[in-house]
Structures are given as C-alpha cells and as structure tokens.
Design a binder for this molecule. Structure first.
Ligand code: GLU
Length: 322
C-alpha cells in the first residue's frame, strides 16, 4: 500500500481553495436560543490547520474570539479521564451516542442508569461534577480552563457577556441538571456543576487555537506548538472514539459518512477535527444547521478531507513531507 506524500504548500493550496469556494455561502442560521450568539456576525469565516509537526495554515477570520460552546466538552472529558481514569468515566458517564439532540431530556429519561457520553449536555454536566478538586468551585473552574488552554497551546479567556447571556437563559440545562441529580449521576454540588458547564461553554477561542487542540489530540496528547505532553497518550484513541461517536450529535453518522473525519462542533460556530497522526483542522462560521452544527465548517472540512485523502477509515492516508 502506497501512502501519498503531502507537502505544506499542497495543504495550504487546498485550504485556500476551500475558503474561496465557501466564503460566500450564507446557508444556515446563528444559534438564537443564546442571545449573545444570535448577534455574532454571520459572515465571519476562518479555516486553520495545525500539523503534528507544529506547522500551520490559516485563512480568514482565524483570530476572532468566539464561544467555544460544546467543543469544551472535549477537554473536560479528557481531564475527567486523566483525573479519574478512563474506565471510571466509561462506567459512570459512558461512551454511547444518544441519537438525539445535544440537550435532549428524552435521552436522559430513556437512559436512566444507562450512561451515554461526556460529549452531550447531560454527560458534560456530569463530567464537570467529577472534576477535582471536588467541593472547590474556584479550583475546579481553574482546572477546567487551564487544561483547555494547555490543549489549545494558550489560555482561553472567559467571554463574560456570553456567560451571563447563557446563565440567564439555560432553562433546559437546569432541567437536565435536576434529572441527573434524581438519577444520582452527579458527583459534586449540582449548581456548581451546571455553573461550571456554562462557564466552560463561554470560554473564548480562536480557530487557530482549536486547530492546535485538534493537532494535540491527533498527536497522542503532545502539543506540537507548546511542546508539552498535555495528557496521557493512552487516552488519545479513547477521546477520538468519543468524538467520532457523537461529535455532530444526531447527525454524526452522516458527518462521518461524508467526511471520514472525527470532529466536534459547538453552537458558537466552531468545529475541531482530528486526523490521527497527521493534523488538527478547525473552522469557524456561526450559521448552523438544525442540529447545531456549523454549515460552512462542515462543507470546508469535507472538501479538505476529500482533496487531501484524509478519511480515517481509508487504507491509504497520506504522509506529510518533512
Ligand atoms: N452551551 C450550549 C448548551 O448547553 C452548548 C451546546 C452546543 O454547543 O452544542 O446549550
């Protein structure tokens, strides 16, 4: 089996092409259930790639600070596995797709004690409750934010206005919280768990930072920019399996069928994709489909994946020229 060799300039060309092809695409709508997100300019669009060597490509609005939203579920899931062990997280939260929307109460009611995944709202709130030091709100908040920053290669600031906007309107997540409590699926103070979840969703991130996070995961936990081993390398395949299983919620199967790339979306318009052993790819474009996934981001990453032959289920993925 031959593995085609890709150069940085070939990758740059394909990323620039993707930007040009989709830059005028206006399909989808900003998330409107969080007032702050409804007002983010819809035309913003950026694509960033970070290779496992640390080299990078960026085009468009890749330095715009936007709400990380559900992409934050990924670093917190890794941190929970680091602190508690992967088997503990599997046993107490799970690794299964719900097949239902990210904030589904129905999924939670159907699950009962049968856990799902730290990458939907219910499991992510449970993961926040699991983070150490338990009983210490400030300590847990710092643990979550600093771990996300190490994954991205630099600190993620809190977008205070987004946090307030989301805290005032998160009635659905409050319902999820108390159902979790009812089923004994929280491991610390309930209100703190929800507040930390809302706070982590309100961290600001850029597409460039998300590409570094994707590359770190692709690179067995070694951040190629900061040169730090951020998490135990044995957790990399496990977090990638969680991302592949439910990264696009009820549309995950379609996404994988088309792109062949494990990726996690957020309703702030970000997508973080991971191509094991090769690179992280991130896009930012606020308009979403009905499932809460960035429309233009999906098109751009699918285009790049096909042009560069990145499908992780294929047998002849490329190598990158040194
Ligand atoms: N903070 C959002 C929520 O809980 C995140 C949803 C998402 O990005 O999918 O509704």
């Amino acid at each position: 089996m031959t593995h085609p060799t890709l150069t940085l300039s070939q990758i740059t060309e394909v990323v620039n092409d993707a930007y040009e092809i989709f830059r005028h695409d206006r399909s989808g709508h900003n998330a409107s259930y969080i007032p702050y997100l409804a007002d983010v300019p819809s035309e913003l669009f950026g694509i960033a790639v970070c290779l496992c060597s640390g080299e990078s490509v960026a085009v468009g609005d890749t330095d715009y600070l936007f709400g990380i939203e559900s992409v934050s579920k990924v670093p917190t899931a890794i941190l929970a596995m680091e602190q508690q062990g992967a088997e503990y997280v599997l046993e107490h939260i799970g690794a299964n797709a719900t097949g239902l929307p990210f904030n589904s109460i129905l999924a939670l009611l159907l699950e009962k004690e049968h856990p799902s995944t730290p990458l939907v709202n219910a499991g992510a709130i449970a993961a926040c409750s699991m983070i150490e030091p338990r009983g210490d709100r400030a300590g847990k908040s710092e643990a979550i934010a600093s771990f996300a920053g190490r994954l991205c290669g630099s600190r993620l600031p809190l977008i205070g206005e987004l946090y307030r906007s989301e805290s005032e309107t998160n009635f659905n997540n409050r319902s999820i919280l108390w159902l979790l409590r009812q089923e004994n699926r929280l491991f610390d103070d309930p209100q703190t768990a929800l507040d930390l979840y809302t706070e982590q969703c309100s961290l600001g991130v850029t597409a460039r930072q998300l590409a570094v996070a994707g590359a770190t995961i692709s690179n067995d936990g070694f951040n190629p920019v900061s040169r730090e081993q951020v998490f135990d390398r044995r957790l990399a395949p496990q977090i990638i399996s969680l991302i592949a299983t439910v990264g696009f919620y009820e549309r995950t199967g379609e996404w994988l069928f088309r792109s062949g790339i494990p990726a996690k979306t957020g309703v702030g318009g970000g997508i973080m994709a991971t191509v094991p052993g090769l690179m992280g790819i991130a896009t930012f474009s606020p308009p979403l489909d009905e499932s809460g996934n960035s429309v233009r981001g999906q098109k751009a990453i699918t285009y790049i994946a096909r042009k560069l032959g990145l499908n992780v289920y294929g047998s002849s993925r490329p190598v990158i020229a040194r």
